[in-house]
Design a protein around this ligand. Structure first.
Ligand code: GLA
Length: 384
């Protein structure tokens, strides 16, 4: 009798239905030659087993996802010479993620980014959240979606090897109202994109803002100041000194926040600018030039030494671009790399920070009967 792990490691996606009853929820395609393998990845402090799912497409690109926190723990994509390299920061083992992590690779929820003073009012009722970032609530609380174990299922998906995670967040969990049922589908497509499809429903009015918090370094080493970034946004949301938006949509024109033309991250990051000082660099939300809910390009990043290009696509209205300003050499990550200041950047498609308290921002309220949906695509390619 084979164990779960032996079975899964020999199952290619196209055989998924036969091997795992009820597995296929998407039509099969013989064109999809990708595979998913799974292996144990340790246990949480409560003794819950955690698995590592490795998605591999026919081009050889690989994504490693664990069902603890929905974390993307590695992402191997080719450089301009075809050499695969890991482009995300993280740890070699689960222990690192359990002890201390600035949200490496994390699935963030129930509310990504900050809520001022950890308070918001919904349907005339005030809710109080844990304060975990200066005076504010950040990234879903003390035990957000990045610190829970999700149910995982390998999916048959014609687009590529695919994994579905599910989690039911209880009414009142981390202070948020309503039972929230969440699914997150991760697919590694044949064109080297990691596609994330989030969906959620609730049984009471609540607020939702899910995102992905991978720390990218397209060279796989060093700082990210030479990476060239393009963000198609005419406006951004300036913040106060605690990184809460002040409610204004400010034109990027004439500021270091203008990335409408590709510009090296390091070109203006040290300028004498109040907003850059508040963030310790870039840690802001850009208002992307596109219609609400429509999938569109949010950013394009090019790293000249490796030739790697990352395009970020999403259906979300905002993009939090963060330049690893809190990395300070205290974390030793994968392969012994000591993560220094600005060794990585995050591109987090989401609704604007503090939206529950900002009536002029697009709404993050989810009501019973509605389905929250959010697609995020990290697509890799190369440029000469
Ligand atoms: C987000 C925030 C940053 C920082 C990181 C995690 O990107 O906007 O300020 O908290 O998460 O360190």
């Amino acid at each position: 009798m084979k164990t779960k792990y032996q079975w899964l490691s020999i199952v290619s996606i196209s055989l998924c239905t036969a091997a795992l009853a009820g597995c296929a929820e998407v039509p099969q395609s013989s064109a999809n030659k990708g595979a998913v393998t799974v292996k144990p990845f340790g246990q949480t402090k409560d003794g819950v087993a955690v698995d590592l799912y490795m998605l591999r497409n026919s081009k050889g690109a690989e994504a490693g996802i664990i069902n603890y926190g929905g974390l993307v723990i590695f992402l191997k994509v080719p450089d301009r010479h075809g050499k695969l390299g890991d482009v995300v920061l993280g740890y070699d083992n689960l222990d690192g993620y359990l002890k201390d992590t600035p949200y490496f690779g994390a699935l963030i929820g129930r509310y990504g980014n900050r809520i001022a003073k950890g308070k918001f009012t919904l349907d005339s009722k005030e809710y109080t959240l844990a304060i975990n970032n200066g005076p504010n609530a950040l990234h879903g609380g003390l035990k957000g979606f990045d610190k829970v174990v999700w149910d995982a299922k390998i999916m048959a998906n014609p687009e590529g090897p695919s994994l579905r995670l599910r989690y039911v967040s209880k009414d009142g969990e981390e202070g948020y109202p309503g039972t929230l049922s969440v699914t997150a589908v991760y697919t590694l497509t044949e064109d080297n994109a990691l596609k994330l499809e989030y969906a959620a429903t609730t049984d009471k009015d609540t607020v939702v803002n899910l995102t992905q918090h991978s720390y990218f370094n397209l060279a796989g080493k060093g700082d990210i100041l030479n990476h060239e970034v393009m963000i198609p946004a005419d406006k951004f949301t300036p913040v106060d000194s605690t990184l809460i938006p002040i409610g204004e949509l400010r034109p990027v024109e004439g500021t270091p926040f203008d990335f409408r033309k590709p510009t090296a991250i390091g070109a203006r990051i040290g300028q004498d600018d109040e907003q850059l000082k508040f963030g310790g660099g870039y840690d802001h939300n850009w208002v992307i030039n596109k219609p609400m809910r429509q999938l569109g390009l949010m950013a394009r990043v090019y790293e000249p030494t490796s030739g790697r290009v990352l395009e970020v696509w999403s259906s979300e209205p905002g993009l939090q671009f963060y330049t690893g300003n809190f990395l300070d050499g205290k974390i030793t990550g994968k392969g012994g790399w000591v993560y220094q200041y600005r060794n990585a950047f995050c591109m987090e498609p989401q609704h604007y920070p503090d939206s529950p308290n900002q009536p002029n921002f697009p709404s993050v309220v989810l009501k019973p009967g509605q389905v929250y949906k959010n697609t995020i695509i990290y697509k890799f390619s190369v440029q000469e």
